[in-house]
Design a protein. Structure first.
Length: 346
């Protein structure tokens, strides 16, 4: 039985057409800024986001890390959502490598308000408080099940941050999912903030790579920080060529993943899993297993037995992700397999 892999959009495989772009790519030494394919991808990204410059990095984690290093100094405070990827899943780089401390605020579906940011701001008393330096927004929000920040929400919190001499960074690993879901352009988010990381290696199906965008001064600083953390790459056009293909061919198809996620969510809810359908806005689905009398680990084990793979998120939560390579038929097949497995269980 062929497994249906709904664990993450990081499991997407590059298409043959995407791989073929690597063979055709013009290459050079990117540390010396001489790789024409990297330069082309960076120019494309900057244009799409309406920024002066862009920088290719190996991963989303490195993009976020480099952004923090460029914006912050040791002892600065970063305000971010309590379930943010940068806090939760990036091995504490924020503290271990940047020397910054996180100040967490609990959002609703990953989104927090200007009032909450206002409360989190430190009074201007350098004798006691760490300086509030960076506000971070995650769009779409991973642990909130792919929920989106709207451009107006980004604008409101960013204005407050800027009024208080802070910078704003978006972890936009899945920003194109937000763009498709909200019918917005990348510029609609970017015009309110100072920097943004997006991933080529998730829904856009590239094997590797993320891009950091911002103004020239920020990107120049980030290029140095990228080198410092070991992200200076040589003939990186082999990474950039699939990235160019992805920006040209893989963005609008994300709608298919969103439609499949809705179909899957409705089916899972029919099987008794707890799902807040309004939070299924993009390609991620969070489901609660308590209603069917299983722990999250038991549910993942049951799925594995019938070849339906998904991740546990702890506390009775499991996560399903739709992506390139998962068809409508796969969704129906996954639901049928889970239905049979659950019937046998009860
Ligand atoms: C919201 C978010 N930010 C950042 C990352 C990190 O990306 P990478 O795995 O490329 O380091 C991820 C990865 O899943 C993510 O979901």
């Amino acid at each position: 039985m062929k497994p249906i892999d709904l664990r993450s959009d990081t499991f997407t495989l590059p298409s043959r057409e995407m791989l073929e772009t690597i063979m055709e790519a013009d290459l050079g030494d990117d540390v010396e800024r001489e790789d024409p394919t990297v330069n082309r991808l960076q120019d494309m990204a900057a244009k799409r986001f309406g920024t002066e410059a862009a920088l290719l990095v190996p991963s989303g984690t490195m993009g976020n890390l480099v952004a923090m290093l460029s914006h912050c100094k040791r002892g600065d405070e970063i305000i971010l959502e309590a379930d943010a990827h940068m806090y939760y899943y990036e091995v504490g780089g924020m503290s271990a490598l940047v020397g910054a401390i996180p100040h967490l605020i609990k959002g609703k579906n990953g989104v927090f308000t200007p009032e909450q940011v206002q409360t989190a701001l430190r009074p201007g008393d350098p004798l006691h408080y760490p300086p509030s330096r960076l506000l971070e927004i995650e769009n779409t929000h991973n642990r909130a099940g792919g929920c989106c920040w709207r451009p107006s929400q980004v604008k409101d919190v960013s204005r407050l941050a800027h009024d208080n001499d802070m910078r704003v960074h978006i972890d936009g690993a899945r920003i194109f999912n937000a763009c498709i879901a909200l019918d917005a352009s990348p510029k609609d988010f970017m015009r309110h903030v100072d920097s943004l990381t997006f991933c080529l290696s998730k829904g856009l199906s590239c094997p590797i790579g993320s891009i950091l965008v911002g103004n020239e001064e920020f990107i120049d600083k980030s290029r140095i920080n990228r080198k410092m953390v070991g992200g200076g790459m040589r003939q990186a056009g082999v990474i950039a060529a699939p990235g160019i293909y992805a920006l040209e061919n893989m963005v609008t198809r994300l709608k298919e993943d969103h439609d499949n996620a809705k179909r899957l969510a409705v089916g899972l809810a029919d099987l008794g899993l707890g799902i807040e359908i309004t939070t299924v806005q993009t390609n991620l689905i969070l489901a609660d297993t308590a209603g069917i009398g299983l722990t999250e680990e038991e549910m993942v084990g049951l799925g594995r037995k019938v070849g339906v793979l998904f991740f546990t998120m702890g506390h009775n939560k499991v996560r399903f992700v739709t992506h390139y390579g998962i068809t409508k038929q796969d969704v129906d097949e996954a639901l049928a397999r889970l239905e049979t497995a659950l019937e046998k269980k009860h």
